[in-house]
Design a protein around this ligand. Structure first.
Ligand SMILES: Nc1nc2c(ncn2[C@@H]2O[C@H](COP(=O)(O)OP(=O)(O)OP(=O)(O)O)[C@@H](O)[C@H]2O)c(=O)[nH]1
Length: 375
């Protein structure tokens, strides 16, 4: 009899231990989730957020595979990431999706997470570029106001890790917080950019250039890569306004900006500096290459055929080029280097105007000049 009671007590004790372990484990997970969410709420840029989600959710959930899909129907997110030099196309686990058909197919009935055993035919597409396959998965839709923002996809090598009958409140809570943070960050990124864009031409404005140029110089110093600046100015623009009207002038400005942009790479910076002046920053381009790019821009604009109200408007542009070469540079501040770079490109533009317009002139490598001045 005593033995029976002792055995019963042992079983009870082991149940209690098990429950206590589960409570401790859940409380620890909850604390980690709270810390994760607090950090997430404090992130202000989209690139930080993507990295944080991909890197940290693995350790938060103790998982082997995580991917994040974002719905980007207008390729706006792609443009933001490219302008921030974020290697989104090669970032493991990250994918921009242009069509929400995939989300509709998997989540439309409930907008709730799917979990269970991994079936390649259904779930492989959620884990692109992975050499190893998970054994069980959770796919959590990221939804705001009934619209898909994307999905967070978690994979474990353990088959019993995510089973269909498991409660999903934990992951649903995380997906809601993630969706709010993503929506806020995307709104913030759009606002940041639209207040820095010139409405007439759709390229960045001078304020953006002034914020960006120091960062570009810092990056060029860090990577030991050159950075070139083109100062571009439409020739005899006053005459265009006088002869064809101000509206025609606006039309020319927009088309010239688009033609310049077409010759640049997506991570080059183009801004409208003032009336009919533009400044372009070409990262990683030295004196020779930037001279060639400037020449390409010049000739593409000279061959534009701009029509306005039945009239053809001839347009040419003059360009001054200057280069900062990190390898030759002495220690001076990014801010000083920036003004020297723009000033030198502006000087070269002045020369191009004096030498007859519709031409490119180079002001050379500025850091060489600084070294000579310092020597
Ligand atoms: N249509 C239009 N004209 C503008 C805008 N901003 C500035 N302008 C005009 O651009 C003209 C610039 O003229 P100038 O600085 O004399 O230069 P330019 O006629 O281009 O001559 P060069 O630069 O010496 O070849 C002025 O007539 C400005 O009124 C704008 O947003 N739209």
């Amino acid at each position: 009899m005593d033995e029976d009671i002792t055995a019963d007590l042992r079983v009870l004790q082991s149940h209690l231990d098990g429950m206590l372990n589960r409570v401790q484990h859940n409380s620890l997970t909850l604390k980690r989730l709270q810390a994760f969410e607090m950090r997430l709420l404090g992130l202000s840029s989209l690139t930080e957020m993507i990295d944080y989600i991909l890197d940290e959710s693995k350790s938060l959930f103790d998982l082997e595979i995580v991917s994040l899909f974002l719905f980007d129907p207008t390729q706006e997110i792609a443009a933001y990431l490219a302008s921030d030099h974020y290697p989104y196309q090669s970032r493991k686990g990250f994918l921009l999706v242009n069509d929400d058909g995939l989300f509709k197919k998997f989540f439309d009935y409930t907008h709730r997470p799917l979990l269970g055993i991994y079936h390649a035919e259904n779930y492989e597409q959620f884990f692109p570029g992975e050499t190893e396959r998970p054994s069980s998965v959770i796919l959590a839709p990221l939804v705001r106001r009934g619209k898909y923002l994307g999905s967070l996809n978690l994979g474990s090598f353990r088959q019993d890790r995510f089973i269909r009958t498991m409660a999903t409140d934990f992951i649903e809570h995380l997906a809601s917080v993630l969706s709010i943070c993503l929506e806020n960050t995307l709104n913030f990124e759009t606002m940041r950019r639209t207040s820095l864009i010139d409405p007439l031409t759709g390229v960045n404005n001078r304020r953006f250039l002034e914020q960006r140029i120091d960062e570009e110089i810092d990056r060029s110093m860090r990577n030991r890569q050159p950075l070139s600046c083109l100062f571009l100015d439409i020739d005899y623009f006053k005459r265009i306004n006088d002869n064809f009207g101000h509206q025609a002038g606006d039309h020319v400005l927009a088309l010239v900006a688009a033609a310049i942009k077409k010759q640049l790479r997506s991570n080059d910076v183009l801004s409208r500096f003032g009336g009919e002046e533009f400044v372009a920053l070409l990262s990683g381009s030295g004196e020779g290459i930037s001279g060639e790019i400037a020449e390409r821009i010049r000739s593409s604009i000279a061959s534009l055929s701009i029509e306005f109200c039945g009239q053809t408007i001839p347009v040419t542009i003059s360009i001054g080029v200057a280069t900062f070469d990190a390898k030759l540079s002495k220690v001076i501040s990014a801010n000083e280097t920036a003004s020297q770079l723009i000033h030198t490109a502006d000087g070269a533009l002045y020369k191009a105007k004096n030498n007859g317009r519709n031409r490119v002139e180079s002001g050379g490598v500025i850091s060489e000049k600084l070294q000579l001045q310092h020597a």
